[in-house]
Each structure stands twice: as structure tokens, then as C-alpha cells.
Design a protein around this ligand. Structure first.
Ligand code: IMP
Length: 445
């Protein structure tokens, strides 16, 4: 069967998608990104080489895979070449023969970065804590029908005219807030040479992907950010500006929903969040030390911005919601080994608001700030699980923790990650997940 699988982070991002996509990419022919831009930070560790990917799909490290940057993405040409030049130094070739950029993807221009800064400054205490990469303003232009798509930019006259039109408004806003305005010439001169360099990569990826699907090729669709940062379903307004959930994979690639054969949720055994926004299970005050322990053990610092991530307990209530809105058919559980040092592990199994247990995930972020998590406490295993590759070799309490999480979120666990390397992986025996891997179930070396 030719699988078309979507991989989505189930929490607020940084669940360890990079490693899982890299691992699965071995079994797929094409790897596609469908939303976001270089706000993402996916870490891939291969032996002693480590790669941090922001814009390119994590399949890029596999020489024989085709990588696609889908129409739902916002692409900063400067970031594209910074990343591909860095990869070239590490021996990974980013060439038009294997990397395609959708003609319909929107471009991030220098003024989008400027607007991102201005917008965050204007919000003050209410700021989102964005990555300041211009992602939100580029999506605003897309929805406002002012955006510049990759294919439009190939025509120098069209590009200049659109920049001219857009800059009029941008400069008014920036000037009103005391910022440095930009000239049409400087934006054009910074952008056009990069677009010319990007030209051989730009193509109709929708046509390519549909043809590939008809031919029965396997496709891995890689999400960035995560479910609770989705612009519709996430903790609005503390979200990113795209549809990170599985539905976005269809609009962001042009592959119809029925073509998608499975959705893998990436679930970390605890929770983190970068930037602002409500976080019910955050380890605060009395638990700050535990939070620091997890941050250090899990190396929880932003791959894009270096910001320390806020750490908290596993939130089964929020992850159940993520399972619903994405339709997870299997989950990969990551960073189990980070919890090795804990005496006790708490799991949030429900939410209480104003003294009442609630059934559905709150739509209002102010309500989320007032949530009182209902916790179950499980015993820790206090022994190293790092690098374990067989389910039976896990300590009984670690297995119980995995089973507890799986039961709480109502989805079978297909894979457990016990370290950053490809080989530090347990195949957990879920038939659905195993069917995606085809022949040979062991993790790629
Ligand atoms: P933006 O995507 O830069 O607009 O940022 C919006 C929110 O999404 C902020 O809270 C960011 O910290 C968060 N965010 C964006 N990309 C990532 C990511 O790759 N991992 C985790 N959080 C992210």
C-alpha cells in the first residue's frame, strides 16, 4: 500500500519531530512540508553529525529523497540559502533535482521581519513571543491578498510593483511606531537576486504531488510547530499563523484529504512551550527546580532562537484534544529517557475551571490561564532508559507510564524514542504504525 502519512506535533512544539521524520523518511519516497517557515527548528542527530533544519524538510539528510516545500509555507529566500549553504558544508546537497519549492508558496520579504518586530513591540505585555522571522505578517499578507508568491516574484516588474504597493502601508505603520522605514530599491535589491537563485527550485508541487500519489509513491508530510499552536484550534492568540494540524496538510500541499492514509502524532512524555501564552501544567514556583532539571536533561532550548523552553508535566487532557482535531492513528512517544531522574511523575488527566471539571478544551486563553489541572501521580523508575531498543527492556514502571499515556489519550503508541540518535528507538508493536514502515521493522541505523 502506498502510504501518505502526516506527522504532527501534539503539544506546543519541540516534541522531537525532526528525529522521527528523519527515521521514517527512510521508508518514504517524498518528504513534504506544508505550513510555517523558518520559525521551525528540527534537530536531527546522525552519528556524530547534528543538523538543525528550519525551512527544509527533515528528509533532506537522505540523499535519495525528494523534498518539497509546499504551497502552504511562507518562504524567506535568504533563510533558504543560508540553510542550504550550511547543509552543503555538512555534505548535504540541496539541488533543484531533489528540492522543489511550490510556485504558490508565499515569500517572506525584509518588511515582514520588520512588521513582526513592530507588532510585538506594540503588543507589549500581551506579545505573542514570536520567533520574529516575519511569519505572521507574511500570512497576514496572504490572507489580505497582498502577498507575493514564489511564481509572481520571478517576474522582476511584478515583484517591484508589489513591493512598491505594499511598502507604502508598511512604512506608514513602521514610521508611526518610530521604526526605520525601507525603500523600494533596498527591498527589491535584497530580494530579486535571491529569487533568481531560487528560480530553478520553483515548480508546481501540487501537480507533482498528485501525480506521485496517483503513481503510488509514498509521501511523508511533515508538520512544523504543533497542534496547540494552530491558528484555529490552538491557544489563540498565542499561536502561530498557520494551520499546523493535519487538515492543513491537505490545503498546504494540494493533496485531497482522502489521499492521506494516516496521521502520526508526536507526543513528548512531558510538555514544553516557548514564547508567551497559557500553559496549565507548567512547573512553576514550588516545581521550578524540577522544571530546570527537565530543561537541562532534555536540552530544552529553542533550536531557532536559543530561548529556554518553559517545562511542565504531561498534559493528557490537551493531548486528547490534539488527538481529536488531528485524528491521530498512532503516536510516537519521545524523550522518555529525560524522565529517568524523577522520583514521581505527574500526568494531568483533566481540567477544572471555577471548581468544575470541564469536558472540552477551553476556547478562551484567559480561561486556560485559570485552569486547575487534575493530576494522577505515577512512580518514577529511577534507572536509565537511554538508548533502550526493546520494549521488554524498559523498566516495568516506564512501561506502565507509556501504557498510562496511551490509555489516557486513546491512541496506540507505535514508537518510543529513548535518545536523540536514530538507533535509540523502540518499535512499540502498533500494527498501524508498523504497516507504514513496510518490510523490516527495526529503526534505520
Ligand atoms: P511565530 O510562528 O514566529 O509567529 O511565533 C508564534 C508562536 O509560535 C510563538 O509562541 C513561538 O514561540 C511559537 N513557535 C513558532 N515556531 C515554533 C517551533 O518550531 N517550536 C515551538 N514553538 C514555535
Amino acid at each position: 500500500m502506498s502510504h501518505i502519512i502526516v506527522i504532527v506535533g501534539a503539544q506546543w512544539g519541540d516534541e522531537g519531530k525532526g528525529k522521527i521524520v528523519d527515521l521514517l523518511a527512510e521508508r518514504f519516497s517524498i518528504v513534504v512540508r506544508y505550513q510555517g517557515g523558518h520559525n521551525a527548528g528540527h534537530s536531527v542527530q546522525i552519528g556524530d553529525r547534528s543538523f538543525v533544519l528550519h525551512l527544509l524538510p527533515s528528509g533532506i539528510t537522505h540523499k535519495d529523497k525528494t523534498c518539497v516545500l509546499g504551497n502552504g509555507m511562507v518562504i524567506d529566500p535568504k533563510a533558504f540559502f543560508e540553510e542550504s549553504d550550511r547543509l552543503a558544508e555538512q555534505g548535504v546537497a540541496v539541488t533543484p533535482e531533489r528540492v522543489m519549492v511550490s510556485a504558490r508558496a508565499h515569500l517572506i520579504l525584509p518588511y515582514h521581519r520588520l512588521l513582526d518586530h513592530t507588532s510585538e513591540e506594540r503588543l507589549g505585555n500581551e506579545r505573542v513571543g514570536t520567533t520574529l522571522r516575519g511569519i505572521g505578517p507574511a500570512y497576514e499578507d496572504k490572507a489580505g491578498r497582498r502577498g507575493i508568491r514564489a511564481a509572481d516574484a520571478l517576474n522582476a516588474e511584478v515583484l517591484r510593483a508589489r513591493i512598491e504597493r505594499n511598502l507604502e502601508d508598511v512604512n506608514r505603520i513602521v514610521a508611526a511606531y518610530g521604526g526605520q522605514t525601507l525603500s523600494v530599491d533596498e527591498v527589491f535589491d535584497q530580494t530579486y537576486p535571491l529569487v533568481e537563485r531560487l528560480a530553478p527550485f520553483i515548480t508546481d508541487t501540487t501537480h507533482f504531488l498528485n501525480k506521485a500519489a496517483r503513481e503510488g509513491r509514498t509521501i511523508l508530510i511533515e508538520g512544523a510547530q504543533a497542534a496547540l499552536l494552530d491558528v484555529d484550534h490552538g491557544t489563540y492568540p498565542f499561536v502561530t499563523s498557520s494551520n499546523t494540524t493535519a487538515g492543513g496538510a491537505s490545503t498546504g500541499t494540494g493533496l485531497a484529504p482522502h489521499r492521506i492514509t494516516g496521521v502520526l502524532g508526536i507526543v513528548r512524555t512531558y510538555t514544553t512551550r516557548v514564547g508567551e501564552g497559557p500553559f496549565p501544567t507548567e512547573m512553576l514556583a514550588g516545581e521550578a527546580e524540577l522544571g530546570s532539571l527537565i530543561r537541562e536533561r532534555g536540552r530544552e532550548y529553542g533550536a531557532s532562537t536559543g530561548r529556554p523552553r518553559r517545562c511542565g508535566w504531561f498534559d493528557a487532557f490537551a493531548t486528547r484534544y490534539a488527538a481529536d482535531i488531528n485524528g491521530f492513528t498512532s503516536v510516537a512517544l519521545t524523550k522518555l529517557d529525560v524522565l529517568d531522574a524523577l522520583d514521581e511523575i505527574k500526568v494531568c488527566t483533566g481540567y477544572r475551571l471555577d471548581g468544575k471539571t470541564i469536558e472540552s478544551f477551553p476556547a478562551v486563553s484567559q480561561d486556560l490561564r485559570r485552569i486547575e489541572p487534575i493530576y494522577a501521580t505515577l512512580p518514577g523508575w529511577r534507572t536509565s532508559t537511554e538508548g533502550i531498543t526493546e520494549l521488554n527492556d524498559l523498566p516495568a514502571r516506564a512501561r506502565e507510564y507509556v501504557e498510562f499515556i496511551s490509555k489516557e489519550i486513546g491512541v496506540a503508541v507505535g514508537l518510543i524514542s529513548t535518545g536523540p540518535e536514530r538507533g535509540q528507538t523502540i518499535m512499540a508493536g502498533d500494527p498501524t504504525f508498523n504497516s507504514w514502515l513496510g518490510e523490516g521493522l527495526s529503526a534505520a541505523p
